[in-house]
Design a binder for this molecule. Structure first.
Ligand code: ATP
Ligand code: LTN
Length: 344
């Protein structure tokens, strides 16, 4: 990998890659499970972040909405602290190497292993009238995203763990067959009580998802404070009315995780703070902490969306920077596979 960065091994900063789909406004789940960490990592790592529009079309998207969501996602990532001067921030379809590399990796991936992917099974059940080949090979495109940048670490929520394992398996298989080409990536996944999996506010046994048809199930990063308060107040909990973390109390455990992330308070401290108080007080406190944290992000987002020329400048430069790295890997992949160099 040192050769890709043309830096001595000792100086090589570890590489981070992650992506997010432009399928709607990001939720608190996306923020806590993934994006919150992306900004923090930029100080110590070489970070590459991507709005994965190619992945988004595995579920049917309205073209105008996809265009809007992609730009919004790009601006939201910046508003959440990703600095295009520190990290490479780009839009996946702007770099053709992803689709090209995915094709080669498709030919190193077995039907059986893709059939075992739980996200595929879930989405195939949810979108039964459009079980397209892209939905099936989605994890291979994700492997290409990661492997093209020789990423060491991939910050994602726990739901993506199985896809990461597949990326490692495919990379290992390619390396064994054709010689060491890819770095095997590791996950960078928050611990369970640090928000690896934030649950729906309406059904705390299911993960919070931005494509949930019921907007009461998720808090979007751009929700107004009064909407946030309302959603937390109507969050499904239990009848015990005691703020304490316990197995099976999915609703309260979820709210405690969110509160803990936004206030930095540990579970015992939270339990003490709300001893003798009901769920109503607790829900209000959670809503206030969330609204307060999101306020500056929302303000920055509005500013950025008011300057489309700047956004365009950033995503164009991001794509150029990304292509410079991924091009080197793809060239190696093509050569090792046995393709005649095109000289492009
Ligand atoms: P969709 O509803 O369109 O499938 P999503 O909300 O599940 O989308 P993705 O774009 O698939 O979001 O995921 C972006 C990142 O957010 C991933 O790293 C994923 O692991 C993380 N993530 C998504 N939902 C949650 C959640 N509820 N809790 C923690 N992390 C999450
Ligand atoms: N599948 C991921 C999004 C994604 C991704 C990636 C995450 C696409 N490519 C590469 C990390 C690294 C999801 O969150 N659903």
């Amino acid at each position: 990998m040192a050769e890709t960065l043309s830096a001595p091994q000792a100086e090589r900063k570890k590489i981070i890659f992650s992506g997010i789909q432009p399928t709607g406004v990001f939720t608190l789940g996306n923020y806590i499970g993934a994006i919150r960490n992306w900004g923090k990592l930029q100080e110590d790592y070489r970070c590459v972040y991507c709005v994965v529009d190619l992945h988004a079309i595995t579920v049917r998207q309205d073209p105008a909405a996809l265009r809007r969501h992609t730009l919004e996602a790009y601006a939201l990532l910046m508003a959440c602290g990703i600095d295009p001067e520190k990290s490479i921030l780009f839009i996946q379809s702007h770099n053709p190497h992803h689709a090209e590399c995915a094709w080669v990796l498709n030919c190193c991936t077995q039907f059986g292993e893709l059939s075992r992917m739980t996200q595929f099974k879930d989405k195939a059940a949810r979108y039964a009238d459009n079980i397209n080949a892209g939905l099936f090979t989605y994890p291979v495109l994700m492997a290409a995203d990661i492997l093209l940048y020789q990423a060491d670490l991939v910050p994602v929520g726990v739901d993506q763990k199985q896809h990461l394992e597949l990326a490692r398996d495919v990379a290992g298989r390619f390396n064994n067959a054709f010689g060491k080409t890819f770095v095997l990536p590791d996950g960078y996944i928050p611990k369970a009580d640090e928000g690896a999996r934030i649950m729906s506010l309406q059904d705390p046994t299911r993960k919070m998802s931005k494509s949930d048809p019921n907007p009461k199930g998720f808090v979007a990063i751009l929700d107004e404070p009064d909407v946030i308060m309302k959603k937390f107040r109507s969050a499904v909990t239990d009848s015990e009315a005691r703020v304490a973390y316990a197995p099976g109390k999915d609703g309260i455990n979820n709210l405690m995780s969110i509160y803990s992330v936004f206030t930095g308070k540990s579970f015992p401290v939270i339990e003490e703070e709300f001893a003798g108080k009901g769920y109503g007080d607790f829900k209000t406190a959670v809503g206030e902490a969330v609204a307060e944290t999101l306020r500056p992000i929302q303000e920055r987002y509005k500013e950025l969306m008011g300057d489309k020329a700047y956004l365009e400048e950033c995503y164009r430069r991001g794509a150029q920077q990304a292509m410079a790295i991924s091009g080197r890997t793809l060239e190696k992949v093509y050569k090792r596979t046995g393709f005649i160099p095109s000289g492009r």
